[in-house]
Write a protein that binds this ligand. Structure first.
Ligand SMILES: Cc1cc2nc3c(=O)[nH]c(=O)nc-3n(C[C@H](O)[C@H](O)[C@H](O)COP(=O)(O)OP(=O)(O)OC[C@H]3O[C@@H](n4cnc5c(N)ncnc54)[C@H](O)[C@@H]3O)c2cc1C
Length: 549
């Protein structure tokens, strides 16, 4: 691997290859490794080994490999969790390719937990019918997987990593990708630069940071979605944002996560009066579906009663089996063996994203996407826990295969011009306004009034984001999510509308939105909120391939 810090942007430009992967999380690194020995440039907003959700994954990766389990059973659980809109072919493909991809990870040196006879061990998680989660030393799966892949990338000379460089836009030529516009992540005063490329893979992760409370790292601003949408790409299922019910509420950004497994081990949810409020909400109490628990926690917090995860029954086991959670609590002066942990719902995972087909192709020529930024159809309205790491590697491999095949034919001309644009500085204050607006109006519980208000705020901030492409990208992604949520007049999975609280069978379809459609929805919402603006799912032509074939 060649590692180039952003202090030498010109060197960075000369070092780029035909294929650029944006993002150095699991999806990006896996794609780059699978493309070797073809030269690949990985652009990472953060330093190598930082700023990726993948590093923080606690539970592990789902794979139906245990005796008595099957890919069909895994796919069936995925389809049930997705609340009626999972693409079943994609769910099956995901579950079937888990074995090969786990074998890859083992080859890269991931130390998944094994029993004394050297066989992989599996744990069970909510909504999985079988024990099928591969983990590493309790809650450190993400870090272990990433460290193994980073070592593999370091040992691969065909991969160049440009650190501290953020993608801001795509350069297009005749509607096809010809390059990537980048800028130093933290210095908006430097001139932006176009890195020529004939194939760009967006693997920029989630969009949690457009919300005030999130478990996602600072870099997860949803910029990949905005970049793709501006180039004309179709964005799917944008309204479906999964809120984790138990982020540790200690005023830290991002909020540390108290993994669901704690509730599996017997931790309960109480309010400041000591009442176990989940008992009245769901028959499975704390082990109810993630979205149901998130709404109940939200209501307790909003009512002023507060919500706490009571882990006192776990005693010293917590420090032993959940070292990450224990360390987060201790750093805030909380001893979870003595004190209930304050929690709140936090934006955690985005089911929506750039619409991709089974090869990871977007609807724009030369643009692929994989990992959380993509919407493959595997998650529907609600992601099944631990399926996202699996999706990152399954589709990372598929994207690499597809690009490798397309490299056999000459790729389009690469952009050679340098962008004249100069950043005008980033407005942190406006970024916080966006985040607060999204949490308050497009959060765990939405309705027409709140969504209209959010769209109004987003549109009013857009002129102020001129020259501040990072903020503009956040606003674009926020608008796509709010517009899709406005248009879906029902509740389904993670999308809960208090004015339409039940699912509508006629709307049991994925949503497909372009930026123009989102602008139109926003315009209609602000002019006459009650007018019909249902997003009508459309079949989108995918360059010769049937959608989600
Ligand atoms: C706390 C936590 C726990 C989780 N636990 C689990 C779990 O146990 N199992 C599971 O399956 N899933 C889990 N998830 C979800 C899972 O971690 C993510 O969905 C997955 O890691 C996404 O991988 P990715 O490669 O797409 O994105 P990431 O790993 O987030 O990587 C994105 C990369 O893109 C870079 N980037 C972002 N924007 C730009 C830009 N504009 N320009 C350049 N680079 C950019 C980032 O710096 C980063 O390198 C968890 C998530 C969190 C936050």
């Amino acid at each position: 691997m060649n590692q180039i810090p952003v202090s030498s942007p010109r060197l960075a430009r000369s070092a780029t290859s035909d294929v650029i992967v944006v993002g150095a999380g699991l999806a990006g690194l896996f794609t780059a490794l699978k493309l070797a020995p073809h030269p690949v440039t990985v652009v990472s907003a953060a330093r190598f080994g930082e700023g990726a959700s993948s590093l923080w994954a606690q539970a592990g990766i789902a794979a139906a490999l245990a005796e008595g389990d099957s890919p069909e059973a895994h796919a069936a659980d995925t389809i049930t969790a997705g609340a009626g809109i999972v693409d079943e072919k994609i769910a099956l493909l995901l579950a079937r390719e888990a074995r090969e991809r786990v074998e890859d990870l083992l080859r890269y040196g991931v130390p998944f937990d094994k029993d004394l006879e050297g066989r992989l061990t599996f744990s069970r998680e909510a909504a999985h019918g079988k024990s099928r989660i591969l983990h590493v030393k309790g809650d450190t799966a993400g870090r272990a997987i990433m460290h193994a892949l980073m070592a593999a990338v370091r040992a691969t000379p065909s991969i160049t990593v440009l650190e501290g460089l953020a993608a801001r836009d795509l350069a297009l030529s005749d509607g096809r990708v010809a390059g990537l516009e980048v800028a130093p992540t933290d210095d908006a005063t430097l001139a932006r630069l176009i890195l020529p490329a004939s194939a760009v893979v967006l693997a920029t992760g989630g969009a949690g940071q457009i919300y005030a409370i999130t478990t996602n790292p600072r870099e997860a601003r949803g910029e990949g979605i905005a970049i793709a949408a501006r180039a004309g790409a179709v964005i799917a299922d944008a309204e479906f944002v999964q809120f984790h019910p138990t982020a540790i509420n200690i005023g830290r950004d991002p909020a540390p996560l108290a993994t669901e497994a704690l509730r599996g081990e017997g931790a309960t949810l109480i309010n400041s009066r000591g009442e176990r409020f989940m008992r009245a909400v769901h028959e499975d109490a704390e082990l109810g579906p993630r979205d149901v628990v998130a709404r109940a926690v939200y209501r307790e917090v909003a009512s002023g009663r507060g919500a706490f995860l009571d882990c006192r029954s776990l005693g010293d086991e917590l420090a032993l089996h959940f070292p990450t959670v224990y360390a987060a609590c201790r750093s805030a002066g909380i001893d979870p063996a003595e004190d209930p942990i304050p929690v709140a719902p936090a934006a955690h995972y985005h089911m929506g994203g750039i619409l991709t087909d089974a090869q990871g192709r977007s609807t724009v020529d030369g643009l692929w996407a994989c990992g959380e930024v993509a919407s493959t159809g595997a998650h529907g309205a609600n992601r099944l826990a631990s399926n996202s790491l699996l999706e990152a590697v399954v589709f990372g491999a598929r994207v690499a295969n597809d690009i490798a095949a397309s490299l056999l034919t000459p790729l389009a001309a690469r952009a050679e011009q340098e962008s004249p644009a100069v950043g005008s500085g980033h407005d942190e204050r406006l970024e916080q306004v966006v985040r607060r607006t999204m949490s308050a109006e497009v959060g765990v519980i939405r309705d027409e009034t709140s969504l209209t208000k959010a769209l109004g705020t987003i549109l009013s901030l857009e002129p102020e984001a001129k020259g501040d492409q990072r903020l503009a990208n956040m606003l674009t992604t926020a608008k796509l999510i709010a517009a899709a949520a406005f248009a879906r007049k029902e509740s389904r999975g993670a999308h809960f509308r208090s004015d339409y609280p039940v699912p509508d069978e006629h709307l049991a379809q994925r949503s497909f939105l372009t930026l123009n459609m989102a602008n139109e929805i926003a315009r209609v919402a602000l002019e006459a909120p009650s007018r019909e603006t249902r997003v009508r799912p459309r079949v989108v032509a995918m360059r010769g391939a049937a959608l989600n074939a």
